[in-house]
Design a protein around this ligand. Sequence first.
Ligand code: NAD
Length: 494
Amino acid sequence: MAKSVVFQLNDPSLFHEASLLNGEWVKAKSGKTFDVEDPGSKKIFASCPANDTSDVDQYVENSQTAFESYRIINPRQRAKILLKWHELITNAREDIATIVVYETGKPMTEAMGEVDYALGFAWWFAGEAERVRGSVAQPSISNRRTFVIKQPIGVSVALVPWNFPVAMIIRKVAAALAAGCSIIVKPSPETPLSVMALADLALRAGLPSGVLNVISTDNENTPAVSERLCKHPLVRKVTFTGSTRVGSIVARHCSEGLKKVTMELGGNCPFLIFDDGDLEQAVAALMILKWRTAGQACTHANRVYVQNGVYDKFAQMILEATQKLRVGHGVDAGATMGPLTTSRGIEKLEKHVADAVSKGGKIMCGGKQPVDLSGYFFEPTIISNMTSDMLTTKEEIFGPLLGLYRFDTEAEAVKLANDTNMGLASYFFTKDVDRTWRLLENLEAGMIGMNTGNSSCAESPFGGIKESGYGKEAGKDVAIEEYLISKTGTLTVA
Ligand code: NAD
């Protein structure tokens, strides 16, 4: 389809409607392409190669060749490449954010914020590259010595979602590169351009050709291309971020070759406000946690539980703050909430709202698509009187719907919060120190926000428990470990 949106970048050479193989910008063998749409206008702004399974092997084989030379580059050199990448992304911050705005619909300030957040991972893993170390032990047999060395695992594959295309890529790629692995990224079909721009900057930073390859494809070919990547015998590691449903398919593919896997999956995160909590602090946190990315984040508050003593006051405060939001296209300087990224998101929201209303939920604001905007927009929606039997309680909303629930006691709040098969993040607001410690211990989640809605930074491990996945990204030792193998050496000493 013909392009109907054109935008200018400061550096237009960062815009690649191509895949990246061995340092070259290439098409699919079939020559087929797919359109990339601006969700804020439903207009096409790019078309990228629709690679299929016949394209996959050359990416993997090239990645293996590149790995063989990259693995022996010393850690400081790898760290220098990562720091240069960090510098170049910082300089291209506005261009990367502009691409993200057109791909995802998020407002420019949010896209800039995502780039800044993502940069933290490039910086962090540059440091981690030099901190990899093994260990030495003296076994009980007197003439023996034993030690462990760490080595890069090999060709890695990253399958990534569209909601934070820059952060998800840098968090995975920087860890792999720091460890000495080569990596193939398969971007989401909604967001290939930002990934290509980042890959271009990695080449400019001095990353050898083939160490980072990017294979784009459309929604139709994604399952088969991903399966081929996961099952290829040369691939030793797969890192997936996306829904729990697709994560379990990917895990099955990886199980055949017993590949090492990281799974960053969906959330259904509870947000608890106690009578003694700072309500202004809680509102400020929730305004970001709920409405940023139009609610399309795995760590977003899916269920907001408010203790009875402050329920009415809090409901009024969050309503007033929400009514100040301005829904609009991401490039519109006044917009504070963008559209959903896909039409699938709108269908899901409509289903959730109808279900909640049919079971007694009361719409305080929103509940429908705005009539004056042509993209995948949905009004920020607050529903009170939420109950446990509703769809929104049971599954991730992934959209701008805030459901308010009541509770009486701390024990009840913990039970409600944990009543899910997910365990990504939990948040609570209280001034009681004893309760803070109890909740930290009793809430079932990989990340706990205490009087904050922010649970992620480069310095601490990111990841969930239960059906939110396994393995960690970011943080000291654990994240780089995902891309390493341990080798035990035993030596006889005369
Ligand atoms: P998704 O699971 O539909 O897709 C994720 C990736 O997998 C995309 O690249 C997609 O093209 C690909 N994919 C789709 N079907 C596939 C298949 N059958 N086989 C292999 N790959 C396939 O998720 P999404 O809609 O892109 O993203 C939203 C989900 O991601 C939400 O559930 C969200 O919670 C989760 N998420 C988790 C984290 C985290 O760190 N835990 C971060 C962001 C998003």
